[in-house]
Ligand binder design. Structure first.
Ligand SMILES: [Zn+2]
Length: 186
């Protein structure tokens, strides 16, 4: 088990558009990489994690959707792409790369995503609610987009000081316990 450091707002890798993952090229190291991503996501109490959040600019993300008490349904998203979308929702959203920051964020209420799983098999997923939100959040990460890009200007100005604080705290040792009380971070 390896819990990796999660890159925070201000790290250039979060702004990088990730490289498509050729399954044949990464198959050998994928099991270990995924184990680390699950461990890191769980330790931070997150719903999802993109590879560039652990410093790897690869088009790969994981989602651990809470279902019932202490249970999660896992999704491996290799080369995910949104192929359908409908409706709109606006809910508070957080991000493991912005500890402690939550803001109302507009998202499609339903999305259809095409991706590959941990064995390289292509699949299609239709989602709504938290899963739809998490899918859009992770795919944004893989495109180098961050939560702050989706937040209304008024909310953005209200959280400016908070964001400065996140950047300032970047070099301080991180605690994996930070923000564990809140849910919905990805
Ligand atoms: Zn995030």
């Amino acid at each position: 088990m390896a819990v990796l450091k999660i890159c925070r707002y201000g790290e250039p890798v979060l702004r990088q558009r990730t490289k498509p993952a050729e399954y044949g090229e990464i198959a050998g190291r994928l099991p270990e990489l995924l184990r680390d991503m699950w461990d890191t996501c769980a330790a931070a109490n997150g719903v999802g994690l993109a590879a560039n959040q652990i410093g790897l600019p690869l088009r790969l993300a994981v989602i651990a959707l809470p279902v019932g008490k202490d249970q999660v349904r896992r999704f491996v998203l290799l080369n995910p792409k949104i192929v359908g979308k409908a409706g709109l929702m606006e809910e508070d959203e957080g991000c493991l790369s912005f500890p402690g920051f939550f803001a109302p964020t507009k998202r499609y209420a339903e999305v259809k995503v095409r991706a590959q799983d941990e064995e390289g098999r292509h699949y299609e997923l239709s989602a709504r609610g938290l899963l739809a939100k998490a899918l859009q959040h992770e795919i944004d990460h893989l495109d180098g987009k961050l939560l702050i890009d989706r937040v209304a200007p008024v909310d953005k100005s209200q959280v400016k000081d908070h964001l400065k604080e996140v950047v300032r705290s970047w070099d301080k040792p991180q605690s994996n316990k930070a923000g564990q009380k809140q849910n919905g971070k990805a």
